[in-house]
Design a protein around this ligand. Sequence first.
Ligand SMILES: [Zn+2]
Ligand SMILES: [Zn+2]
Length: 251
Amino acid sequence: MAHLIILGSSNAIPTIDHENTHMALVTPERLVLVDCASNPVVRLEEAGLDALSITDIILTHFHPDHVTGLPLLLMDMWLMGRQTPLNIYGLHFTLDRAQTMMNLYGWAEWPNFFTVNFCRIPADNMAVVMDDAHMRITSSPVKHFLPNICLRFDLKYEDKSVAYSCDTEPCQAILDISNGVDILLHEASGPFKGHSSAAQAGDAARQAGVGALYIIHYPTGRYASGDLIAEAAAHFQGKIVLTHDLMKIDL
Ligand SMILES: [Zn+2]
Ligand SMILES: [Zn+2]
């Protein structure tokens, strides 16, 4: 059965029980890692998933809380003996920097390194990231400090859809991509430039007519404040869930 595992739910400052936001989408054919925070190998192990099973990595944008785990993950998969090719998806801006980062580590000199296919996504609305028999993934640019994308996953066998806002101010792109989805994962860093509050996440969920709102990328631990569910519920009447690390969402 397809499912989503929240590997991290925190905003940019992780705390003891909350890693930076990243997640794994598991289908019978694929293990798609969305973003690559701190130490995905450990988090995947805690979730009962094998890092070597990752088929695809989507990098939303080149902020440290979304990409710093990539060099360690790639090196660890190589040390584990990976030979299967890996696909990494992202905007030109993001992948250019990800490749530069790996070049600084001198990865071209690592012997027998597995093939990495960098798949550049156009910065268009509803750009197709991947489309196979089971799943279609689309992305649209959002409003952040640097080029960034929101995502939509349509699972064809299950007839389920999930959208993820990533880091963004309220914008039309997230309303369009999440229109009518079963689950919207929306950030709630706060009412700052480049981000959204829980109230704004609730507003987006209502406008997009989603089935359920899952709040993610929010201040955790000693940085937490307020009742995020109540703030969102003032704008959205549907189901609201505060995500936590290692939460499993069946699809
Ligand atoms: Zn972030
Ligand atoms: Zn960011």
